[in-house]
Write a protein that binds this ligand. Structure first.
Ligand SMILES: CC(=O)SCCNC(=O)CCNC(=O)[C@H](O)C(C)(C)COP(=O)(O)OP(=O)(O)OC[C@H]1O[C@@H](n2cnc3c(N)ncnc32)[C@H](O)[C@@H]1OP(=O)(O)O
Length: 390
């Protein structure tokens, strides 16, 4: 695959304007605030800007107006053409000390310090024109209003454990709910979608990014979210979650499950599934995951059902019915039947299903089903089923 050139290109209209009388648009004589920005490195530009700032204060150029076009030093150390979208005053600054929210052509918009801006390149012609052709259907007033609300990205990054992801940020130390399980560095929080609507919706959006076949629910009031976290001195960092309807007609005990990609294949999916069945046991109900399952979801569930059922069959002496297995595990009878049928452990004799559990065959299947992963220590689960809270 060829490499992609992501270096932003200068727009034709972004060169500094030179006026006929030999001064640049920033009011400095041509040559002093020269037409083309000096190819200064990061440090050089900063020192130069500092002295320029001092010289230009009197000329009224600072603070820069919104709409001003100027060259801005990005984190690659290069200068790129930007337009000032917004400015905000520095709390401890002087009268003209602002930082600026700038719009790049090919990079994400961001707040920048004055030192990053090359004041030699300032165009003071403030662009009031409506430029966005995609919004032609909007009238100028509503477009201005739309731009006003959407122009500044208020959240720059989100931090999940060791990962920092641009565009959003969460400063909560833990999910906004009750910690219902803690074992070592792992904690599980129960978040009520009704009490924490935005948080619940954001979890759904996050899961949707990794799931094609699920419908996105906006009405999160009806759901509880079980958020699994790895905890350290800096807080509890989500590794995955599952959602669950507060009341399910279809006896679903899990609506949607997600392990965040950096944490997948570490056993958290198995843990979340096991946890959902422990909740069902506490409720005294059988449960099943909402269908359809994704391929990875099906793999994880098949593995869980196989291990749980075959472990019981291995230890159990005498006959056991599917109903008994269901009562012991909270796994719905249909799922037990399909799992055992898939493993060819069910025979139909004299009008009824019979489980044929040869120990050697069970061992072979158990081996193939893989590791059990992280165990849910039920003694550490402190939880009251939802209905009992009303
Ligand atoms: C009801 C529903 O919500 S269905 C939708 C399920 N969710 C999704 O598909 C969202 C995207 N996927 C995910 O979030 C995850 O892959 C999950 C939740 C399905 C599984 O989470 P994980 O934390 O990776 O599961 P875990 O580490 O416990 O592994 C479960 C088992 O599934 C299988 N598995 C999981 N991922 C893979 C993979 N990429 N390739 C092959 N097998 C896999 C393996 O058998 C694995 O066990 P093993 O590691 O011992 O071999």
């Amino acid at each position: 695959m060829g490499s992609i050139d992501t270096t932003p290109r200068a727009e034709s209209g972004s060169d500094p304007i030179s006026t006929p009388n030999g001064t640049t648009a920033n009011g400095l004589p041509d040559g002093e605030g020269s037409v083309h920005p000096p190819a200064a490195d990061a440090t050089g530009a900063s020192t130069e800007n500092e002295s320029l700032r001092k010289r230009m204060k009197g000329s009224g150029v600072l603070p820069l107006e919104t709409g001003t076009r100027v060259m801005c030093r990005w984190r690659d150390g290069k200068h790129h053409p930007v337009k000032v979208i917004e400015r905000r005053k520095l709390t401890r600054g002087g009268v003209n000390d602002y930082e600026y929210y700038v719009h790049y052509t090919e990079i994400l918009d961001e707040w920048v310090k004055l030192e990053q801006l090359d004041l030699n390149s300032v165009e003071t012609v403030v662009d009031e024109k409506v430029e966005d052709k995609g919004h032609e259907e909007l009238d100028a007033a509503s477009l201005r209003e739309h731009e006003e609300f959407t122009k500044v990205k208020n959240i720059a990054t989100i931090e999940l454990g060791r990962y920092e992801i641009e565009t959003c940020k969460c400063d909560l130390k833990h999910p906004p709910g009750d910690e219902i399980y803690r074992s070592g560095t792992l904690s599980m929080f129960e978040v009520d979608g009704k009490k924490n609507k935005v948080y619940g919706q954001n979890l759904c959006y996050l899961a949707k990014l990794f799931l094609d076949h699920k419908t996105l629910y906006y009405d999160v009031d009806l759901f509880l979210f079980y958020v699994l976290c790895e905890c350290d001195e800096r807080g509890c960092h989500m590794v995955g979650y599952f959602s669950k309807e507060k009341h399910s007609e279809e006896s679903y005990n899990l609506a949607c499950i997600l392990t965040l990609p950096p944490y997948q294949r570490k056993g958290y999916g198995k843990f979340l599934i096991a946890f959902s069945y422990e909740l069902s046991k506490k409720e005294g109900k059988v449960g099943t995951p909402e269908i359809p399952l994704s391929d990875l979801g099906m793999l994880s569930y098949r593995g869980y059902w196989t291990r749980v059922l075959l472990d019981i069959l291995k230890k159990h002496k005498g006959n056991i019915s599917i109903k008994e297995l269901s009562d012991m595990t909270a796994i719905k009878a249909e799922d037990i039947l399909s799992t055992l049928q898939g493993l060819e452990l069910i025979q139909y004799r004299k009008g009824q299903h019979v489980i044929c559990a040869d120990p050697k065959v069970l061992d072979r299947h158990l081996k193939a089903a893989g590791r059990g992963g992280l165990e849910v220590d039920v003694c550490k689960l402190i939880w009251t089923p939802y209905k009992e809270q009303n």
